[in-house]
Design a protein. Structure first.
Length: 145
């Protein structure tokens, strides 16, 4: 697989350089209240870890993130694992974050996150508005039913 990843050499730079493979791409832009990471394409075991690492690099330079997955066409179970990793890393670093899902992402979240423990926003604008609200605790472990 051919991967053009220019972010590895500039790990300390912010925002990181866009990341691209033959099936997916993502980039970051810093806004006044949060960093927005936009992802497009297809996410599976070959590239979902790279997304989690990219978000972690952004989280090191921001207190609020919006991960915009509205352009994602396919999202495998490794993508859910990446979102869980992002959730744990952001909670540990006291970084507020939200994910804007596409239809494919929402479909997987209905199966893998039925208790809705991940922070979901309907749009980037909603995610940015949430970044400006006072912090509220996120439940990382679902309560038994």
């Amino acid at each position: 697989m051919s991967v053009a990843n220019t972010a590895g050499s500039a790990a300390a730079a912010f925002p990181p350089q866009p990341w691209e493979s033959h099936t997916a791409r993502f980039n970051a832009r810093r806004g006044p209240s949060a960093t927005v990471i936009s992802a497009n394409g297809e996410f599976d075991a070959s590239n979902s870890g790279a997304l989690a690492d990219y978000v972690a690099r952004c989280a090191a330079h921001s207190k609020s993130l919006v991960v915009d997955l509205s352009g994602v066409e396919f999202f495998g179970t490794a993508g859910f694992s990446a979102l869980h990793t992002i959730n744990v890393r952001c909670a540990g670093a006291d970084v507020r974050w939200a994910v804007v899902p596409s239809h494919a992402v929402s479909r997987l979240l209905r199966i893998c996150d039925p208790d809705k423990t991940l922070p979901i926003a309907e749009s980037v604008a909603e995610g940015l508005a949430d970044a400006e609200e006072p912090r509220r605790l996120r439940q990382l472990i679902a309560q038994s039913r």
